[in-house]
Write a protein that binds this ligand. Structure first.
Ligand SMILES: [Zn+2]
Ligand SMILES: [Zn+2]
Length: 235
């Protein structure tokens, strides 16, 4: 078994709230500095900056999982992770079609920069990406499976945009295996409050919007290989 040190929730400069320094190249660079094995780029409702990060990480042997932080119609945030870029981009296109299109105001919300493999800006996403989609929480599991992906409810211990803050409970028909906590401190308290929660795998990610917040080499998952599909099977 390999221990793969991870950070599976990182925003690039394509998220309006992500710092302009969060370019795909800089994120990969910080993952190298922090000695991480696997990261996921998870911008709000888009996967468009995952490709460049995957390309740039090849040189360093870092695994980059293409992902997204989907905002459901109930405004619950869900990490969606994919084993390959092609599926992630198809999912990204679908989610884009389900977004309520409101022009981004860069002055208020921040820039939404799309990068290429040379670490150059090639586009500014015109529509605000942090809005809710038309996709409901209960639709996500089947939907991501169509693209060979998995869902992980994000920061379930937060007071906003979490399954508990917005739905009040985990719908009993839910099929996912892993939940994300924003901090280790809340885990015991949540296990007490919500019976049955301890059946899920737990991951703790940075939800970094700034380079300095990306996880250090602290949290790991045990995996037989460094294969992306194998990693997703563990989650
Ligand atoms: Zn979130
Ligand atoms: Zn996030």
């Amino acid at each position: 078994m390999n221990k793969l040190y991870y950070d599976l929730h990182i925003h690039s400069c394509l998220s309006p709230c992500g710092d302009d320094d969060m370019t795909p190249a800089n994120i990969v660079g910080m993952a190298v500095v922090n000695n991480l094995d696997v990261i996921a780029i998870t911008d709000h409702n888009t996967c468009r900056n995952c490709g460049p990060a995957i390309e740039m990480a090849k040189e360093y042997g870092i695994i980059v999982i293409p992902g997204m932080e989907l905002c459901t119609s109930e405004e619950v945030h869900i990490l969606c992770l994919f084993s390959n870029l092609e599926n992630a981009m198809k999912f990204s296109d679908y989610v884009y079609s389900q977004l309520i299109k409101v022009k981004n105001n860069e002055e208020i919300f921040g820039k939404q920069e799309v990068y290429n493999n040379m670490d150059e800006i090639i586009d500014h996403e015109p529509y605000l990406l942090i809005n809710a989609s038309n996709i409901s929480f209960n639709q996500v599991d089947l939907l991501v499976k169509e693209y060979n992906g998995i869902m992980i409810p994000a920061h379930i211990d937060k007071n906003s945009n979490s399954v508990f803050s917005n739905l009040g409970f985990i719908p009993p028909e839910s099929k996912f295996n892993t939940i994300e906590f924003a901090s280790k401190e809340k885990i015991e308290e949540f296990y007490h409050q919500h019976k049955g929660l301890d059946k899920y795998n737990v991951i703790i990610n940075s939800d970094a919007h700034y380079l300095e917040n990306i996880n250090k080499r602290t949290n790991y998952i045990e995996c037989d290989s460094r294969d992306k599909e194998e990693i997703l099977r563990k989650l």
